[in-house]
Structures are given as structure tokens and as C-alpha cells.
Design a protein around this ligand. Structure first.
Ligand SMILES: Nc1ncnc2c1ncn2[C@@H]1O[C@H](COP(=O)(O)OP(=O)(O)OP(=O)(O)O)[C@@H](O)[C@H]1O
Ligand SMILES: CCCCCCCCCCCCC/C=C/[C@@H](O)[C@H](CO)NC(=O)CCCCC
Ligand SMILES: [Ca+2]
Length: 556
């Protein structure tokens, strides 16, 4: 068959109505054709108004296939599939599967089956659409999938098999699937074993902790292959080339929610299929000259560190563990002393309180940042950063949080820092100073409603590129001793007394850092944001108008 020329246009039928169907390089459209009813006793009724126009962007078509029509069997009267070749002439049809937007940023697969008068026309349509799809080279063809069977409510395997695998197979994506057998299985496999050249992306089925494993594996592998020493906190890191898809199956699923707008496995699978790409910042965390971990969502000392420490003992409860530990930690109302020093970001990346939320195609994330200029100017990141002025803040804090992105999640739909950006090379540093329980509750509750959680005299927020934290107890050896001692009732008693009587020079009160849901082994840390170090199969949260009026005719 000859190569079909575009635009291709035919009159095809859909649910017994005739449609003008057109394919060009951007859209597939179908529009009902004006029809005149048959003449009866010389009267003409009409013309009837043309109704129902539909536009599907080619980049949102998932697949096309020739359709097998259902016909009644002559002997049994039951319905069964008849291969297209033996079907009646008008029953030649093809089905196009495409993305449909529903509520709350969710995507669904929708189908349209168009009937042709003959098979040649039908095959011409299938071929033309397939050809357009083959031009979309950003779409992944081969994926490496890791499933954490124990994330969230332990539904990861079922979610993948029932909701995601059928979509991948419909989109002709081939997969190698690994169901993890131990913690850090995925990380270590990516770091040392996986033949990454075979794949166009990596898919993570699980929660934020599982995603963290994947990025640690990929980032370490990339640095190792390029000879970059991760222990050296000054050295710029090499961006990872493979994109990562997240199929949410965890307890918080904040990275998925904040990059897609929902924690829905089908939506995430469709963002992977269409080959979306969203760059993301990553924080590196060092203790002296030792690399500790990477973080993309929350780095929290004090309140969120304590919630996590307590909730780890309650893993068996599933996602509810965070609510129980949250209430317990809130009631304990502990505060911590320490010093934060930070390097503020330039003004042109906005401020944490400017209410300019990061959305699909965000202008702030497209600005060249200090980090991104490095290769152009042949100037090292540290040269640029030392030109800034470090600020130092000392005090008593209930919480010290750093968010590289909004950290929106079902618990807090606007997130920990609603105006933080996914890919601007900065993090928002939030300091919650010691205040009353009542005030802290008001602050926490504002994460769940429209009020500004930073609009309190005891809360400060800064947009930063780097920061350091030193707890008041300085001696790192005693830090470890304390951790070991915490288990004994005797020490816990004295530690409590010391917290409540700060005049006592012991200063035993200490917390831990919650790093994307993992506890860090040190409290004294140095953090630096690496602009756009990784890429996800996502596009950021779409503006609501895209959902309300998809492809309004006036816009085309
Ligand atoms: N096969 C496995 N057995 C035990 N632990 C695993 C396995 N695979 C992965 N893990 C670990 O399980 C931890 C939790 O996983 P995950 O993030 O998927 O779920 P979650 O903690 O319920 O969700 P969230 O991180 O969103 O709060 C991760 O730290 C990961 O390293
Ligand atoms: C009394 C009302 C209180 C309401 C408070 C709501 C505040 C919610 C802000 C949520 C911010 C989540 C940030 C994401 C953190 C993840 O990297 C991490 C791993 O999944 N999850 C937690 O640490 C789990 C953190 C859970 C905290 C409760
Ligand atoms: Ca950022």
C-alpha cells in the first residue's frame, strides 16, 4: 500500500452516524456530517445542524488497531468475534485509543471505533495513524520496571498487573519487570547490574521511598560512569539521561502527586506512554566530606523527623502510621536548638510567598539558573555560589524543613511549600520557631486549607541554593552515644529533664532528619540543590483550564 498523504480525510461512520474524519500531523478530528432526511412526499426537512466535533492531538493517541466486529453466530445465536476479512463490507473498522482528561488531573484511556466501507480504506487509516505515531520519537519503547510489593497497602503488584501492564502492551511498550525482594534491591541493581543501554526509561511502582531507591541507583551509576566523586560536595553532578516513571503505590506518593497532580496509576501510565518529560531538582546531602543521601521532596528536622522515627516502628499499620505518629509527635511538642546557614537564591527565581505556583511549562523553571550557566561560562558552581552572601540564623525550632518542590500530596494538596518549583535549582527552607501548641496546630492545619501557612510571626521561609545545619550539641561522637543511649529509660528521663530545663548545659535534645521518608544518620548536614539532575515521565501539573475546555474549537 502506498504511503498515505496528509491530511487524510474520509467520511466514516460512528454509531450509525456519518462523520467527516480528518488526520493531519497535529490532530485526529471527527465531525458529524450535515445530513438530510430522505424525501417523503416531496418535503425536505433540513439542513440539520452539524453536531459533535472532536479533536484528539496526535501526541495523545495511544494506539490504533483494526477492529474485529462482533456478529451473531448462525448456529448458536451467541455473539462471537469474526475476523475482519470475513465481516460484512460496512463492518470494516479501526479503533483509536486516546487520552481523555477527567476530574482532578486524572487521565483515562478512551476509544473511538470508526467504520469504513472497505478494508483498503480501513488499512489506509490504520497505516496513516501508525505512521504519525512512529514520528513521536520521545515515546519510550523499552522500560525497566521495579515493583515494591510492600509499599503503601501492599497493592503494588496488583496495581501494575491490572492497571498498568495492559496500557503498556496496548502502546506496544516492552518491559522487563523486577519485583523487589529486599530493601535497596532496586537501588543496587540499577547501580551495578542493570544494562541501562537497553532501556528508554525506568518505572518505579511504589511510594516516595521506592522512588528514592531508584534515583539513588541512577544518580550513583551516572556519576560512577563519569568519574564524579559523590563525596565531594563541591563537584557538579552529571544529569541522568534515563527518564523515570512513577506508578503510585505508596503511603504519601508526594513526588507523583506534585509532578502529575494526582496519585492515580492509570494517569501515570499514560504520561509514560505519551513520553512526557519533566526535569527535577535534587538535593545532595553531605556530612562533612561524606555523601549521605539525595532528596527530592522533604528534608525535615524536628517535627517531620520525629514523625518518621516514630512511624517506622508502626510500618505494619500502612499509611495510617503517619496519622498516629503525627498526633503523637504534635502532642510531645519538642523543640530543638541549632544553627542554620544558607545561601539565598537570586531574586529572579521568585520567592516562596509569591503565589506563583509551578505548573506545566513553568516560566521560572525555564530561566537559566546559576547552575545551568556553569558549562556555558566555564565557571565552577562553587565560584558562582561563593559570590553570594551566606545568612546565619540561630534559634529554637519546632521544625526545620527544606522542600525542593511543593511536596503536594493527598494529605496536603497544596503542599509544604506551595510555590516551590520542580526544576528551578532552588529549595524552600522553612523555619518554624518555638511557639505554643495552639499556634503550631494553626500552622499545620493551614497545610490542608487555603490559608497561608507562612503567615505567622514564628514562621520564616527562604528560597535557597545551599544550606547547612548544626545542632546545638556540637560533638559528633556524643551524637552517636546519645542515639545508643536513647533506648534506656534512665537516659531518656535525663534527656527529658534537659529539654525542659535549657539552663542545663547538657543540651541533649536532638532530632533526626527525615529525608524523603528515610532517617539520616547525622544531624549536622550540608545540603546543595542540583538543578534538573533527573527527569520524570511527567509534565508538571496542568492548568485547570486544560481540563475544563479540552481543545476548544475556537483555539484551533
Ligand atoms: N521487597 C522489599 N522488601 C522490603 N522493603 C522493600 C522492598 N522493596 C522496597 N523496599 C523498601 O520499602 C520502603 C517503603 O517503600 P515505599 O516508598 O514504596 O512505600 P511507603 O513507605 O509505604 O510509601 P511512601 O514512601 O510514599 O510514604 C522503601 O524504603 C524501600 O526501600
Ligand atoms: C493536625 C493536622 C495535621 C495536618 C498536617 C498536614 C501536613 C502535611 C504535610 C505533608 C508533607 C509531606 C511531605 C512528604 C514527605 C515524604 O517525602 C515522606 C515519604 O513519603 N512522607 C512523610 O514523611 C510523611 C509525613 C506525614 C506527615 C503527617
Ligand atoms: Ca526546586
Amino acid at each position: 500500500m502506498e504511503k498515505p498523504l496528509l491530511p487524510l480525510s474520509s467520511q466514516l461512520s460512528l454509531q450509525n452516524r456519518v462523520y467527516e474524519v480528518t488526520l493531519n500531523s497535529a490532530f485526529l478530528s471527527w465531525k458529524e456530517v450535515e445530513t438530510r432526511p430522505k424525501r417523503t412526499s416531496g418535503n425536505i426537512y433540513g439542513p440539520l445542524k452539524a453536531a459533535g466535533s472532536h479533536y484528539v492531538p496526535v501526541c495523545e493517541i495511544i494506539s490504533v488497531q483494526e477492529t474485529e466486529e462482533d456478529c451473531p453466530s448462525t448456529d448458536t445465536g451467541k455473539w462471537h468475534k469474526v475476523p475482519q476479512s470475513v465481516a460484512e463490507s460496512n463492518q470494516h473498522a479501526f479503533t483509536v485509543c486516546y487520552v481523555e482528561r477527567t476530574q482532578k488531573h486524572r487521565w483515562r484511556c478512551s476509544d473511538v471505533t470508526l467504520h469504513c466501507t472497505d478494508r483498503t480504506l480501513c488499512l489506509q487509516w490504520v497505516q496513516a495513524i501508525r505512521e504519525q505515531l512512529s514520528l513521536l520519537t520521545i515515546r519510550p519503547k523499552r522500560l525497566l520496571v521495579y515493583i515494591n510489593p510492600y509499599g503503601g497497602k501492599h497493592h503494588g503488584k496488583r496495581i501494575y498487573e491490572q492497571k498498568v501492564a495492559p496500557i503498556f502492551s496496548r502502546a506496544s511498550i516492552s518491559t522487563d519487570v523486577i519485583v523487589t525482594e529486599w530493601a535497596n534491591h532496586a537501588r543496587d541493581h540499577l547501580k551495578t547490574e542493570a544494562d541501562l543501554k537497553k532501556y528508554d526509561g525506568v518505572v518505579c511502582v511504589g511510594g516516595d521511598g521506592m522512588f528514592s531507591e531508584i534515583i539513588h541507583g541512577l544518580i550513583s551509576r551516572t556519576q560512577c560512569d563519569s568519574g564524579v566523586d559523590q563525596d565531594c560536595s563541591d563537584e557538579p553532578l552529571i544529569p541522568c539521561s534515563l527518564r523515570i516513571g512513577i506508578i503510585p503505590a505508596g503511603s504519601t506518593d508526594c513526588i507523583c502527586y506534585a509532578t502529575v497532580g494526582s496519585n492515580d496509576p492509570v494517569t501515570s501510565a499514560l504520561h509514560i506512554v505519551v513520553g512526557d518529560s519533566q526535569p527535577m531538582d535534587v538535593c545532595s546531602i553531605h556530612h562533612n566530606n561524606t555523601f549521605l543521601r539525595y532528596s527530592v521532596s522533604l528534608l525535615g528536622y524536628g517535627f517531620y523527623g520525629d514523625v518518621l522515627t516514630d512511624s517506622e516502628r508502626k510500618r505494619w499499620m500502612g499509611p495510617a502510621r503517619y496519622d498516629i505518629s503525627g498526633v503523637k509527635t504534635f502532642l510531645s511538642h519538642r523543640y530543638y536548638e541549632g544553627t542554620i546557614s544558607f545561601l539565598p537564591a537570586d531574586e529572579n527565581v521568585g520567592t516562596p510567598r509569591d503565589k506563583l505556583q509551578c505548573r506545566s511549562g513553568c516560566n521560572i523553571c525555564r530561566l537559566p539558573s546559576a547552575d545551568k550557566q556553569v558549562s556555558k561560562d566555564e565557571e565552577s558552581v562553587s565560584d558562582i555560589e561563593t559570590k553570594g552572601v551566606w545568612k546565619v540564623i540561630r534559634g529554637k525550632f519546632l521544625a526545620i524543613n527544606a522542600a525542593c518542590m511543593s511536596c503536594a500530596c493527598p494529605r496536603s494538596p497544596k503542599g509544604l511549600s506551595p510555590s516551590a518549583h520542580l526544576a528551578d535549582g532552588t529549595a524552600d527552607l522553612i523555619l518554624v520557631r518555638k511557639c505554643s501548641r495552639f499556634d503550631f496546630l494553626r500552622h499545620l492545619l493551614r497545610h490542608t486549607n487555603k490559608d497561608d501557612q507562612f503567615d505567622h510571626p514564628f514562621v520564616e521561609v527562604y528560597r535557597v541554593r545551599q544550606f547547612r545545619f548544626t545542632p546545638r550539641y556540637e560533638d559528633t561522637d556524643s551524637e552517636l552515644d546519645l542515639r545508643e543511649a536513647e533506648g534506656t529509660g534512665h537516659k531518656r528521663f535525663f534527656s527529658q529533664i534537659c529539654r525542659e530545663h535549657p539552663a542545663c548545659s547538657c543540651s541533649l535534645a536532638h532530632s533526626s532528619w527525615n529525608c524523603d521518608g528515610e532517617i539520616l544518620p547525622h544531624a549536622a548536614i550540608q545540603v546543595r540543590v542540583h538543578c534538573q539532575l533527573i527527569k520524570l515521565f511527567a509534565r508538571g501539573i496542568e492548568e485547570q483550564s486544560v481540563f475544563e475546555e479540552p481543545y476548544a474549537l475556537s483555539a484551533i
